[in-house]
Design a binder for this molecule. Sequence first.
Ligand SMILES: Cc1ncc(COP(=O)(O)O)c(C=O)c1O
Length: 348
Amino acid sequence: MNHTVDGAWAAKPKLREFARRADAMPTTVGVSRHVFATIPLPVGIELNLKLEGLTPGGSIKDKAAKEMLEAAISSGAITSGSIILESTSGNLGIALARRCAELGLPFHAVIDPNASLDAVGAMRAAGADITLVDKPDAQGGFLGTRLEKVHELCARDARYYWTDQYGNPANPRAHEKTTAPEIADSFEHIDSIYIGFGTGGTGSGVGRFMKRHRPNTKIIAIDAEGSVTFGGKPGKRHIPGLGTSQRPTNCDVTVIDDLQMVSEADAIVACRWLAKRRGLLLGGSTGSVIAGTVQHRRRRMTDQAAVCVGISPDSGEKYLSTIFNDRWVLEHFGSDPIVRGASEELEV
Ligand SMILES: Cc1ncc(COP(=O)(O)O)c(C=O)c1O
């Protein structure tokens, strides 16, 4: 990004300081570029799990936040007087909050009851304002209600700049520019990439790159049961990250070769198994990717020793009071995921 401090920027000291900060934004999102954990799975393959939780913001959303803010600063849509606004269940909020703190911009997050307390605490620590909406929308999720609140705030105050992760092309572009080439650099040949879909930014960006540069690599979308993104029946979901109650504009179905829906109970089993048996504390959507890979390969792919990559969007610390907490699991899912998570069902 290139912001000169000439012209409009130089006219006012506040703008000049903002331009200087924007220029100096550290490229901290590059640290996890080539870190993969190799997990043998009981379907004849090893899943090479790209650990995106190793960024300073703790998730893959650091990349989308950086690209969306840089694009809007470059176009002039964000100025030093802007308030950055986003509807977020946690990770993008943390990523935007810390980027905005670096830039000296205020950040306002609209969250729902599925956001983890730790994620909200991290946003607050970086100075974010938080608005909670708790009325489910017509599909039983909260996306519709969160977006209503965003539109209301934008109509009320022209200083708001909504990053719009569900429709902003800079979100998938971040992954086309970073996540996808990082994966391609690490493996000469890849049979399948398993990617969880929330906004669709990660999957669509990685998919577009692979269709151009690795056309034989299959993109397998993982979504949560209860999500309507791929036309499923709406249902209650408790784990943030995957799934929507409205299909997002950023979900490019043309780059998806196959779809695997995963229950939240199976995602919890995989998370707890990974922690107990592999010592890896990873987030809920990583559990969905692991469970989804096993289920998809059992259903569709019988070739052994295929090269498979999965994306792990975040680490597990934010889920200690939910997925890794027996009381929370018992309350929402019963004892089955606890028993299965301690069993050998995912052992090779
Ligand atoms: C933990 C986690 N997993 C997966 C996703 C989905 O990624 P995307 O929105 O790029 O589809 C998100 C998005 O917020 C997330 O926070």
